[in-house]
Design a protein around this ligand. Structure first.
Ligand code: ADP
Length: 247
């Protein structure tokens, strides 16, 4: 395997904020069909890594190759267009619109006509909305107002709004925070399904959930990799127990 076979190849990534290196000479590689989970104590640099990949934060040094395309010089919206989707912790759904409408305005073509409030309801869009609604467990709630959904359902809707843009890399920041046990189970199922043909990067604290979904775990500490491997392996690593799991 050469580095060009990976969907995402991060090499020597560094960002300094006023001389403080939040991410320091970081290298990691993510495969297709892989769920990579990033864990680590507060301030380890997890959010900054996702910010760097999606172009919110500019790298001081290093490279981020996504399908062999360098992302570090691209603007945030061009990174989205290249196929990178990012979900933040707080859902950014349109509460006064229905589930259907939220998915519809997220469809790449729908977005361009959003300003005019004239939706492009062709069969392709409608089929795609139904397919995604089923995947995110909301097919019976398509015409419900988004504000009335449960916290977990709102998180799923936002994942659906990203999926409708068909990203090849999806990044999720604590997707199960505040979810019930049942919703966590369903989210694990959902992540497994959406990873087919894609790569998914998840920041997560709940180690039980990490063990359930992770193909590979990257443990960050002070902007560097402390350990990397299966959830089973990193859980037993004395360094990881010392700086993170032991607390
Ligand atoms: P994590 O997500 O692992 O909790 P972060 O990526 O949020 O960690 O932060 C890593 C470190 O970088 C922290 O010390 C944080 O204070 C610092 N940091 C993050 N963003 C900025 C910024 N824009 N300016 C200055 N410092 C920042």
């Amino acid at each position: 395997t050469t580095n060009t076979d990976f969907v995402l190849a991060v090499e020597g990534l560094t960002v300094s904020f006023d001389g403080f290196k939040a991410v320091s000479d970081l290298s990691f590689y993510v495969d297709e069909n892989e769920i990579r989970v990033i864990i680590g104590p507060n301030g380890a640099g997890k959010t900054t890594v996702l910010d760097l990949i999606c172009g919110r934060t500019r790298a001081t040094e290093g490279s981020i190759k996504f399908k062999n395309r360098e992302l570090t010089k691209l603007k945030e919206h061009d990174i989205v267009k290249a196929g990178v989707g990012r979900k933040f912790q707080n859902p950014s759904i349109y509460g006064d619109l229905t589930v259907f409408e939220n998915l519809e305005i997220s469809f790449p073509r729908g977005r361009s006509v959003w300003g005019a409030l004239t939706f492009n309801r062709d069969a392709e869009v409608i089929n795609k909305i139904h397919e995604i609604a089923e995947m995110i467990f909301l097919k019976d709630l398509l015409h419900h107002q988004a504000d009335l959904l449960s916290h977990g359902q709102k998180q799923w809707l936002e994942i659906g709004m990203l999926l409708i843009q068909d990203p090849q890399l999806l990044m999720l920041d604590e997707p199960v925070a505040g979810m019930s046990v049942g919703e966590r189970q369903q989210t694990a199922e959902l992540l497994r399904k959406i990873t087919k043909g894609r790569s998914v990067i998840v920041i997560e604290h709940d180690m039980q959930f990490v063990a359930q979904i992770a193909d590979k775990v990257t443990v960050l500490h002070q902007g560097k990799i402390l350990a990397e491997g299966s959830a089973e392996k990193v859980k037993q690593d004395p360094k990881v127990i010392d700086v993170y799991l032991g607390h």
